[in-house]
Design a protein around this ligand. Structure first.
Ligand SMILES: Nc1nc2c(ncn2[C@@H]2O[C@H](COP(=O)(O)OP(=O)(O)OP(=O)(O)O)[C@@H](O)[C@H]2O)c(=O)[nH]1
Length: 612
């Protein structure tokens, strides 16, 4: 791409925000394609979503950015449009908010057949917090079920955006793409840029490349940077020299320098993503020192926060020999993911493994899947839990594994994280949702009718109740129509106890959970019943007990086995016999022994799927 003369008036930095599946990635591809950024033959399906798992699940996890040139129909000038992609899931809210902070505008893509969903609203709030100009777009107007007028009205009423000249688009059919590009130029303000100020840039993404080290994506806020400059990262205090500087077209293309308002990438033999975390500010070491010497220290850009893992689980190799390779693999994944944390954990029955911390459930699932798929590891994962706090004699302790919760908590203050949840639903399901909220210890904050047939329901409830099967329950009780979004509030006191599980009188620490005292007995009963179904019969009777301290609150038993699997195969059908044996061998792989009893992977997750 020929270098354009720098003119900050002709730069537009924007993001696309949308609810999952409303067509963000398809639209992004279409925008790139129509500005000839990507020759069609180069175009992989869903260009901006780079990772395999992402593509398979159709969700955006890692942010990427692309710079496109667009000639405006109105004034014939060429504009530089920087599209900054945002991840589409609640686990990554912080990353969404940082990439929005690098923009002046956002396209709000709403599926014209579905209307506003919970994530649409959550993203709009983030965009408003960042003072962005929001341009609504109705997507999927090619669908027979599209009802653009109704959805436009919904956007006007709910979000208060003027929809008189809202673009009707179909990212799939390529309708309305030029109108979108033109409205970005006309409506998104150019960056307020001052190249003479000391250099400051906001990092909105970084990833580890095995040849070049960490690649950092950033938006220059003030001043300018060039190859050879020495950078300082304000939060991590790391310093690195810029060895390569460029823009994403979306292929990386090197440039001489980048100035206020521009978006680009650098690398500089940075070995660890922890040095260059999302949200951190980059400055020039020289200017940083000068400012310090002049007693006017440079200020980081606002909004940086350390990512704090909210959900923990134990990962144990099925085969103890895989421990080293699990450690190596976690190390490699961490290179690219500063929000993944892990620490060795040993548990009597489970052997050696790691206690891993994640931003949320999806993050956890992705890491687990990558470990098994890319690194070929067979792992047992224990049920996820949140981080609890206990205060005893004025000393506060953080509890990252349920088994670490003290035996007796009566003389302790126990606290758990709460979230604020916003649910959008057809109003006929309000009752069902309120019932679910009540079951999960929710505090109903608000119910509003967005339109006569759609409501939002706001709850405050413990995160621990959300990371079990809340989402599945919400979907099944509303026939899939409700959507939800939550953000973490603060820690609040709750009367919590540790519920232990004993299998054949052996304590199964990996199955321990933390529950509210009032629910302990019913939880215990349901957990025992569920384990009874999940643990295969053995040659002997197996008692299963749920206990609080020494007190047994519920119990079941699994009766001994009488038949073996081959008994089903009368006669000599060898191939069928082999198949059965194979199946059994496979089934065996994901098991751990607790005492004399083999416990399958599903049992470790039992607590997440308890019948009411
Ligand atoms: N009929 C129709 N389908 C569309 C249109 N735009 C996108 N889709 C389809 O909708 C589905 C979701 O589109 P994506 O672009 O992956 O949605 P997304 O918002 O990026 O989803 P996340 O990455 O999960 O946030 C895909 O199957 C697309 O082919 C459209 O204009 N019309």
């Amino acid at each position: 791409m020929a270098e354009l003369e720098y003119n900050s008036e002709r730069i537009r930095n924007f993001s696309i925000i949308a609810h999952i599946d409303h067509g963000k990635s398809t639209l992004a591809d279409r925008l790139l394609e129509s500005t000839q950024t990507v020759a069609l033959r180069d175009m992989e399906e869903q260009l901006l979503d780079n990772m395999d798992i992402e593509r398979e699940r159709g969700i955006t996890i890692k942010l990427q950015a692309a710079r496109v040139l667009y000639k405006s129909k109105k004034d014939g000038e060429i504009y530089v449009l920087n599209l900054i992609d945002t991840p589409g899931h609640v686990d990554f809210t912080y990353e969404v908010s940082r990439s929005l902070a690098a923009c002046e505008g956002a396209l709000l893509v709403v599926d014209a057949s579905q209307g506003i969903e919970a994530q649409t609203l959550a993203n709009v709030y983030l965009a408003l917090e960042n003072d962005l100009e929001i341009i609504p777009v109705l997507n999927k107007i090619d669908l027979p079920a599209a009802d653009p007028d109704r959805v436009a009205e919904e956007i006007e009423e709910t979000i208060g955006l003027d929809c008189t000249d809202i673009v009707h688009a179909s990212a799939k059919a390529g309708i309305g793409i030029d109108d979108i590009l033109e409205s970005i130029v006309q409506k998104v303000p150019p960056p307020q840029a001052n190249v003479d100020k000391p250099f400051r840039a906001l990092i909105f993404d970084s990833y580890y490349d095995s040849y070049r080290g960490v690649i950092v994506f950033f938006r220059v806020v003030d001043g300018q940077v060039k190859k050879g400059d020495k950078l300082r990262f304000m939060a991590s205090a790391a310093e690195h020299e810029v060895t390569e500087l460029g823009v994403m077209t979306p292929k990386q293309v090197q440039v001489e320098n980048l100035r206020a308002g521009e978006v680009g990438y650098i690398c500089g033999s940075i070995k660890d993503v922890l040095d260059a975390r999302v949200g951190d500010t980059m400055v020039l070491s020289k200017q940083f020192k000068e400012a310090k010497a002049a007693d006017a220290p440079m200020k980081a850009l606002p909004g940086y926060a350390d990512s704090v893992p909210m959900v923990y689980c134990g990962l144990f190799p099925v085969d103890a020999d895989d421990y080293e390779s699990l450690r190596d693999s976690l190390g490699k994944l961490r290179l690219n993911d500063a929000s993944l944390s892990y620490e060795p954990e040993t548990s009597g029955a489970m052997g050696f493994g790691f206690r891993c911390g994640f931003l949320g459930l999806l993050h956890m699932e992705i890491i687990n899947e990558r470990l098994s798929r890319e690194y070929n590891l067979d792992l047992i994962m224990t049920a996820p839990s949140v981080v609890y706090k206990v205060i005893h004699n004025g000393v506060e302790k953080t509890i990252e594994a349920p088994s670490k919760m003290p035996d007796v908590t009566r003389d302790h203050e126990t606290l758990e994280p709460y979230v604020k949840m916003e649910i959008l639903t057809p109003s006929e399901y309000n009752g069902a949702i309120i019932e679910l909220g009540q079951e999960r210890r929710g505090i109903l904050i608000d119910i509003k009718y967005l339109t006569p047939t759609r409501s939002t329901i706001v709850y405050e409830l413990p995160l621990g109740e959300v990371i079990t099967d809340f989402f599945d329950q919400l979907k099944s009780r509303t026939k899939g129509y409700a959507s939800m979004e939550y953000k973490i509030l603060e820690y609040r006191a709750s009367d919590l106890v540790r519920l232990d599980v004993k299998i054949n009188y052996e304590l199964a620490t990996a199955l321990a959970t933390v529950v509210h005292r009032d629910n302990a007995q019913s939880m215990g009963r349901r957990l025992c019943a569920s384990l009874k179904e999940l643990i295969p019969r053995q040659m002997f009777k197996i008692p299963i007990q749920a206990c609080i301290g020494v007190k047994v609150v519920a119990s079941e038993h699994i009766s001994p086995m009488r038949k073996d699997v081959l008994a089903k195969c009368y006669g000599g059908d060898i191939s069928r016999k082999k198949k059965l044996l194979n199946k059994q061998a496979k089934g065996k792989k994901k098991m751990k022994s607790i005492g004399k009893v083999t416990v399958p992977q599903e049992a470790f997750m039992a607590v997440l799927k308890l019948d009411k």
